[in-house]
Design a protein around this ligand. Structure first.
Ligand code: NAP
Length: 284
C-alpha cells in the first residue's frame, strides 16, 4: 500500500513559516499585502479568491479584493493593475483566471510588475524559470516540488513523466524536475501509447483535468504519484488518478482533496512574503 503524502500537513508547515516571516517583517514596519482581482462571477473563481483571503488573514498578510463585473473592458482592468503596481502597500498582485471571454489574460498578466507577479505567470518570470534563476515559481509546481522533497522522493536520475503541458502547471513542472536532474518526459493529448510512457515513470505527475484518468495499470510499482487534477465526479472532488486502485501499486501518492491543492495555496503565501522582501530591498 502506498505511503500517503499529506499535502495539508506540509501546507500548514509552510504557512506557519510564512507567518513567522511576516511577523519578522512587521517588526521592521513592513506589512506584506496581496491584491486579488476577480472579474465576473465564476463560482469556482469565487471559492479560490475567498480561500486566498482566508489564507492571508491566517498568515498575517494584508489582502484586498478588486471584484469587477464580467463586462469590464480591458483598459479598465489594465488601469487597475497599473494603480496596484504603483502602490507601496501592495507587494503582490494576482488576477484570478480564467477571465471572461473577450478579456486577454496574457495582456493583463504582462501588465503586472514582474516583482509583484506572485503567480509567476509574467513572461519575464517564465523566462527566468527557464534560465533557472528566479524569485517566484508558479504556486502549483512549486508546491509539488515541496511534496516530493517532503516525501523523500529522490529526483536526480529518475524517470519523471508529466502529463499535461499547460503554462501554469505542466510546462513549469517539467522544467523544475529537469532542473532537479530528473529525466523528464512531457505527455499531452496527442501522446501515443500513453500507458507505455507512464509505466516507465519513477515519478508520475498528472495535470490533465480528467477524473480518474490514470488507472493502476499505468503506474510503475513503487512510483511516486502526484495528482494535480481537480475534477468533480458525482458532485465530489476527485483527482486525475484513480486513487483507490493506484494506492495499491504506487510507493507514495497524494490524495485529492488534501494533496496538491493546499500546497498551491501555501506557496502563494510564501511568494507574497518574497515579494514584500523584494520591494523593501531585503531581497534583490
Ligand atoms: P489544461 O490547461 O486544461 O491542460 C490539460 C493538459 O492535459 C493539456 O496539456 C492536455 O493536452 C492534457 N490532456 C488532456 N487530455 C489528455 C489525454 N487524454 N491524454 C494526455 N494528456 C491529456 O489544465 P491545467 O490548468 O494544467 O490543469 C490540469 C488539472 O489540474 C485540472 O484538473 C485543474 O483543475 C487542476 N489544477 C489543480 C491545481 C491545484 O492547486 N491542485 C492548480 C491548477 C490546476 P493538450 O495540450 O494536447 O491539449
Amino acid at each position: 500500500m502506498a505511503r500517503l503524502i499529506d499535502g495539508k500537513a506540509v501546507a500548514l508547515r509552510i504557512k506557519t513559516q510564512a507567518a513567522a516571516e511576516v511577523e519578522k517583517l512587521r517588526q521592521r514596519g513592513i506589512i506584506p499585502g496581496l491584491a486579488v482581482i476577480i472579474v465576473g462571477d465564476d463560482p469556482a473563481s469565487r471559492v479560490y479568491v475567498n480561500n486566498k483571503k482566508k489564507d492571508c488573514a491566517e498568515v498575517g498578510i494584508y489582502s484586498e479584493e478588486h471584484a469587477l463585473p464580467a463586462d469590464t473592458d480591458l483598459n479598465r482592468l489594465l488601469a487597475l493593475v497599473e494603480s496596484l503596481n504603483n502602490r507601496d502597500d501592495i507587494s503582490g498582485i494576482l488576477c484570478q483566471l480564467p477571465l471572461p471571454k473577450g478579456l486577454a489574460a496574457d495582456e493583463v498578466i504582462s501588465a503586472i510588475a514582474p516583482n509583484k507577479d506572485v503567480d509567476a505567470f509574467h513572461p519575464s518570470n517564465v523566462g527566468k524559470i527557464m534560465l533557472g534563476d528566479y524569485q517566484f515559481l508558479p504556486c502549483t509546481p512549486a508546491g509539488v516540488m515541496e511534496l516530493l522533497k517532503e516525501s523523500g522522493t529522490e529526483i536526480a536520475g529518475k524517470d519523471c513523466v508529466v502529463i499535461g503541458r499547460s503554462n501554469i502547471v505542466g510546462k513549469p513542472m517539467a522544467m523544475l524536475l529537469m532542473q532537479a536532474d530528473g529525466t523528464v518526459t512531457i505527455c499531452h493529448s496527442k501522446t501515443k501509447s500513453l500507458a507505455e510512457v507512464t509505466r516507465r515513470a519513477d515519478i508520475l505527475i498528472a495535470a490533465i483535468g480528467r477524473a480518474k484518468f490514470i488507472t493502476a495499470d499505468m503506474i510503475k510499482p513503487g512510483a511516486t504519484v502526484i495528482d494535480v487534477g481537480m475534477n468533480r465526479l458525482d458532485g465530489k472532488l476527485c483527482g486525475d488518478v484513480d486513487f483507490e486502485a493506484a494506492e495499491k501499486v504506487a510507493g507514495a501518492i497524494t490524495p485529492v482533496p488534501g494533496g496538491v491543492g493546499p500546497m498551491t495555496r501555501a506557496m502563494l503565501m510564501q511568494n507574497t512574503v518574497t515579494a514584500a522582501k523584494i520591494q523593501s530591498g531585503i531581497l534583490k
